[in-house]
Ligand binder design. Structure first.
Ligand SMILES: [Fe+2]
Length: 402
């Protein structure tokens, strides 16, 4: 391959939003919304009901009902809210003693609009959805972008080091979309949410080949691939947060968008992850497919890309000196075994200062996502590694091998 033949992927550049909805967050973390009958109430989920439009006069108009709220305070971020002269309490009901709501940056589009796109295409980009303060925190824990001068300490485990990763895991609109797309509320993270930081390619290093994500693992050199197409049953959605801006030059993920619908893994001639992980493979065979049938989504930092885990993709190749950070989460239904243990990092989060920064809704979501359970004697038990049992299995393996 010559240089002119590589990096010919089609670029799908998402437009920069000109508008964002506003979210109104109650002290317990639930969102103020409007119910079927047109009354204000709070919800723990990020659907259309909790979307508000800020008017030119600074009032807030519901995206679904004929309701307009007035902010009592001039503070842009925190305010009591009044409806027809009554302040709203912590469950969104008019009362004499209102509470302070956080006025937060929301998504560009209605969640239902994203869902239509996601169902039709198998992927969707929630462009610049993260509140600016959260994006800054993620850059800081990744030591990239505005915090590129800091040193990343791999040993410390970023998940409990910063409130940012757990808060991102509880991001409400993407969670609602994932649950709708997977047709179940019972979803889990298949591993502890982790950062993927990609430095400049040196022309020699192992580059990830094409594959489908967990649990399908088509093209991945591990045990336990999903053996047949899963049809309408979605066994995984990958949720990738762009911490750094995603650009083709800067190492944004390459996809074959729409390939989830084929319900099978990528072709061997595209260069599979199960081949490319081998030392020396790149030297002998060059890069995995980087031609015009592949797609690269370019999106600003603070965006979330959701895709059906069957979608063929591979890590990008960073051709800049700037490190590219992403926060990755494989989401699976509760009936799929997790890929990695999440119990120890969840326990470390509970004991950390980061946990103190989370509100009740965020704590509930992180627990639901990370604590895998099964039925034991007398009820549900959280699943965690058992050292004693592991030792017996290992000793039997040794016995068999001898
Ligand atoms: Fe992947």
């Amino acid at each position: 391959m010559t240089d002119t033949e590589i990096f010919q992927e089609r670029v799908v550049k998402v437009p920069i939003p000109e508008h964002h909805y506003t979210l109104l967050v109650s002290p317990n973390g639930n969102y103020l919304g409007v119910d079927d009958e047109g009354f204000t109430t709070t919800y723990p989920v990020g659907n259309d009901r909790v979307m508000w439009d800020e008017t030119e006069s600074g009032s807030l108009r519901s995206a679904v009902g004929d309701i307009e709220l007035v902010k009592e305070s001039a503070d842009a971020n925190v305010s009591r809210l009044t409806l027809d002269g009554h302040t709203l309490d912590d469950v969104g009901e008019p009362s004499s003693t209102g509470v302070l709501y956080n006025v937060e940056h929301g998504p560009e589009k209605l969640p239902s609009e994203y869902l239509d796109f996601f169902r039709k295409n198998g992927w969707v980009c929630l462009t610049s959805i993260l509140p600016p303060r959260l994006l800054e925190e993620l850059e800081k824990v990744a030591c990239t972008d505005r915090f590129a001068h800091l040193k990343f300490e791999r040993s410390r485990g970023p998940f409990s080091q910063s409130w940012g990763i757990a808060r991102a895991a509880a991001e409400p609109v993407s969670l609602w979309l994932i649950r709708e797309y997977m047709q179940t509320d019972d979803v889990r993270v298949a591993h502890t949410p982790g950062l993927a930081i990609l430095g400049r390619d040196d022309g020699k290093r192992v580059v990830q080949g094409w594959h489908s994500d967990y649990p399908y693992h088509w093209g991945v050199p591990v045990r336990g691939h999903v053996p047949t197409p899963s049809g309408e049953t979605v066994l995984g959605v990958q949720r990738n947060f762009c911490v750094s801006p995603f650009t083709k030059m800067g190492g944004a993920t390459a996809f074959k968008l729409g390939s989830h619908a084929l319900d099978q893994g990528p072709p061997k001639e595209w260069g599979l992850a199960s081949d490319h992980y081998q030392e020396g493979y790149r030297e002998a065979h060059g890069l995995p497919y980087t031609g015009p049938d592949a797609d690269i989504i370019e999106a600003p930092g603070g965006s979330i890309i959701l895709y059906d885990s069957r979608t063929w993709h591979r890590a990008g190749v960073n051709r800049t000196d700037k490190k590219r950070a992403a926060l990755l989460m494989a989401i699976t239904p509760m009936y799929v075994m997790p890929k990695n243990d999440t119990s120890q990092s969840y326990k470390a989060l509970l004991a950390s200062a980061a946990y103190e920064k989370l509100n009740e809704r965020e704590r509930g979501e992180v627990e639901r996502l990370m604590v895998h359970q099964f039925i034991g004697p007398g009820g549900e038990y959280a699943i965690a590694p058992d050292r004693e049992l592991t030792a017996t299995v290992r000793s039997r393996r040794r016995y068999k091998a001898s």
